[in-house]
Design a protein around this ligand. Structure first.
Ligand code: ATP
Ligand code: MG
Length: 437
């Protein structure tokens, strides 16, 4: 195999490691109290320095103990892995002046360092574990392990069969009944696992200002998990802050529209027992605020089922009303209903609305919830007073207490989930960018 020193690219600029990061760096070394452990789990708050210390620790372990062996490096998606792990890892290798060859593209992504090979995996569904089959590894690093299916973690453990093999896992906490908490953290002694818990103060490179910013970004269960690093259940009201003080968010209908750069429509189509819901969401300059400006709501069960032509008409009226006040060029619609979407597209063309009808992304509901609760915590969410269905939906939304292993928004036919869906479809394509502005 060719071996060449990569010279281009940035080097990682190391700053002093905190005492907890140093424990993570050295736990595996002979003489450390944790040396007999087979695995380390670094859990805790976001941005607390877990990933950087895991990468350094894992590479030092692998390269100083083995030659000619395989290692597993995994993230939830290849994209997340490259951004969060491989990017910093290559910078670290350059800073250490360690030669490497990065093979990418095709089926197998891998990094060769000396005679060892690090295979890169994504672990986001039940089939992910199949790719590990047949491999014999001397170690594994699973970044954000709580986002991976349990089957992948079990398979990775099974693959680490070389004598002295060790594993590195890190994650932000999820619910208390998550398999990582119940099956590994709570059984750390029996399973020979070293636990290292991280808080924001364990990353010495974060300024007080940045730490304060992270603390302001979350409330409720997300604050407890992402900032305090606790494995706690999501229970009770989802938008607790909003439900406690709706007046902090509700603004009068004459709320300065010249502030709005542009607005986007979200559409959720209703079935026989649910509602058609449209939401118009505006963004103020610099994306400082996200404002629910208008809504349309028709409950098929209570108010009679609409024909497709009625839905088209309601939509056209809604778009015209929106365009009379704001710049509006996009509508994101529930992609499960392709015939209705096609109907809307044709109707929009006929009426010359000048609007693109697009499929809603429909990503994880919890990501959408996290977006709105974070905006609320930062005082960046507003809703116009006449949007009463959406206000009611935000006030009443609760987590389902029947399934405590996952956070599930209760959708039992009595809650108004439709208003929340259309609201979320309207912002989903922008949510990641806006949150970090
Ligand atoms: N010793 C260090 N020297 C320089 N930068 C560091 C050091 N430790 C952490 N950092 C930087 O701090 C930031 C957060 O660190 P890291 O990504 O390791 O945190 P994390 O706990 O994995 O966060 P998350 O839970 O969000 O994935 C990164 O930008 C990282 O480069
Ligand atoms: Mg990380």
């Amino acid at each position: 195999m060719p071996r060449r020193r990569k010279s281009g690219g940035q080097e990682f600029k190391f700053l002093p490691f905190s005492p907890q990061q140093q424990r993570l760096l050295h736990w595996w070394r002979p003489g450390s109290p944790y040396a007999p452990c087979d695995m380390v789990i670094a859990d805790g708050s976001i941005r607390s320095g877990k990933t950087i210390a895991c990468i350094c620790s894992f590479l030092q372990f692998a390269q100083s103990n083995y030659s000619g062996q395989n290692f597993i490096v995994a993230g939830k998606t290849i994209g997340a892995l490259k951004k969060n792990v491989i990017g910093p890892m290559l910078q670290i290798l350059r800073a250490w002046h360690w030669s490497y060859v990065y093979h990418r593209g095709g089926q197998d992504n891998s990094i060769e360092i000396g005679d060892n090979v690090y295979y890169l995996y994504e672990a986001n569904n039940e089939a992910s574990q199949d790719k590990l089959q047949g491999l014999t590894a001397a170690g594994a690093y699973l970044d954000e392990a709580a986002l991976m299916p349990e089957s992948f973690v079990v398979q990775a453990i099974g693959r680490c069969s070389v004598k002295g093999a060790k594993m590195w896992l890190n994650c932000n906490p999820a619910g208390p009944h998550h398999y990582i908490n119940e099956g590994y953290i709570k059984q750390a002694d029996a399973k020979n696992i070293c636990l290292l818990h991280f808080g924001l103060d364990d990353n010495l490179t974060l300024s007080q200002q940045v730490k304060d910013k992270y603390r302001r970004m979350y409330t409720g269960v997300y604050y407890k998990r992402n900032i305090l690093g606790l494995w706690v259940a999501a229970d009770g009201l989802i938008y607790q802050q909003f439900a406690d003080r709706p007046e902090d968010y509700v603004v009068d209908d004459d709320y300065n529209p010249s502030n709005i750069m542009y607005a986007v429509i979200g559409v959720d189509f209703g079935g026989t027992t649910s509602a058609h819901s449209f939401t118009l969401t505006g963004y103020t300059r610099g994306y400082k605020e996200v404002v629910t400006l208008d809504e349309y709501y028709h409950n098929n069960r209570k108010d009679g089922r609409l024909s497709p032509a009625d839905v088209d008409k309601a939509f056209i009226d809604f778009v015209r009303r929106a365009k009379a006040r704001y710049r509006v060029t996009e509508a994101y619609c529930d992609s499960a209903e392709q015939t209705l979407i096609q109907g809307l597209t044709a109707a929009a063309m006929r009426a010359r609305l000048g609007i693109d009808i697009l499929n809603a992304r429909k990503g994880p509901i919890n990501d959408r919830i996290a977006f709105y609760t974070s905006l609320m915590a930062q005082g960046r969410y507003k809703i116009l007073r006449h949007c009463t269905h959406t206000i009611g939906a935000l006030e009443e939304a609760v987590y389902d207490d029947k399934d405590q292993t996952k956070d599930i928004r209760l959708d039992d036919g009595r809650m108004n989930i439709d208003s929340l869906d259309s609201m979320e479809y309207s912002t989903e394509s922008m949510q990641d960018q806006i949150l970090y502005l």
